[in-house]
Design a protein around this ligand. Structure first.
Ligand code: UDP
Length: 268
């Protein structure tokens, strides 16, 4: 079999040429990085978990008519996606103050915002992904006003969907990052959701205990990152209760999210 052509290697993923024109294979690595690559580790099983969680989220978003690059999962570490021209922006949406906004604007971690706030960061590692304004994005040609509107509207809808999805399994969605790309079809172009949505790109706190279930476990040296991601996957019904992840074993059909009820009187 011919060796696949690698198109790109990022911090947590590798892209290979896909089997058909306009397709790409996205491979999820176990590498974790933080603070603009200053901190690095290989956390066994992380790639498998992110592949599964991102697949689950993308399929859910397709169901509410958010166009995404996801076509299908190929195996435990790879998914087939549409080729897009990545817009060089990280779109962050925040429901509760955490991370960089606390340092930048003095919010207290855990303080909820009156409404979700969207921010754009310019994707440029050498510059540490700086915060940019819509006017800068437009003036410097990174995206036009219509594209900015589309990204903003999609991000707000994704946030509503994910807030509900995670709340249903006892998790609070604090913030997350998404990326978009342009997909061309002849003269037509559309903006679609790209990259991944996983605990690497979200902040997820257990509603009852406040336990951190996302990449902050690595950033803050808390340990137990793959256990936390496994817990997220189990609650979403991606892994069964006693199941552990593996690179080779295909996971059988799962039942879907394990809903959490606030009703203490409920009878089983
Ligand atoms: N985020 C990400 N990739 C980045 C920067 C941020 O996925 O390069 C996510 C991060 O996991 C969090 C949200 O975007 O869910 C907001 O991150 P923040 O701006 O607070 O930056 P951080 O504190 O992670 O440096």
């Amino acid at each position: 079999m011919a060796r696949r052509k690698q198109i790109y290697e990022g911090k947590a993923k590798i892209l290979y040429e896909g089997p058909e024109p306009g397709t790409v294979i996205q491979y999820f690595k176990d590498d974790a990085t933080a603070f603009n690559n200053q901190k690095h580790a290989v956390l066994e099983g992380k790639g498998v978990l992110n592949n599964r969680i991102s697949e689950f989220v993308m399929l859910g978003l397709e169901r509410i008519c958010i166009p995404t690059h996801f076509i299908k999962r190929l195996n435990m570490r790879e998914q087939l996606i549409y080729h897009v021209e990545i817009i060089p922006l990280e779109v962050v949406i925040r429901n509760v103050a955490a991370g960089s906004i606390c340092k930048r604007l003095g919010f207290k971690e855990g303080e909820p915002f009156a409404r979700p706030v969207v921010e754009f960061y310019y994707k440029k590692d050498e510059l540490g992904d700086p915060l940019v304004s819509e006017d800068q994005i437009n003036a410097f040609g990174w995206a036009n006003p219509q594209e900015i509107d589309d990204m903003m509207a999609y991000t707000l809808r994704i946030n509503d969907y994910l807030c509900g999805m995670f709340a249903g399994v006892g998790i609070q969605l604090i913030d997350f990052k998404v990326e978009f790309g342009r997909q061309y079809d002849g003269d037509l172009m559309r903006i679609i959701l790209a990259d991944e949505i996983s605990p690497d790109s979200c902040r997820l706190w257990d509603i009852e205990t406040g336990e951190i279930l996302d990449k902050d476990r690595f950033r803050k040296d808390l340990g137990g990152l793959t256990d936390a991601y496994t817990e997220v996957a189990k609650r979403l019904g991606i892994l069964r209760k006693n199941e552990e992840i593996s690179d080779t074993e295909e996971i059988s059909d799962t039942k879907g999210p394990v809903l959490v009820s606030n009703n203490d009187d409920k009878k089983d």
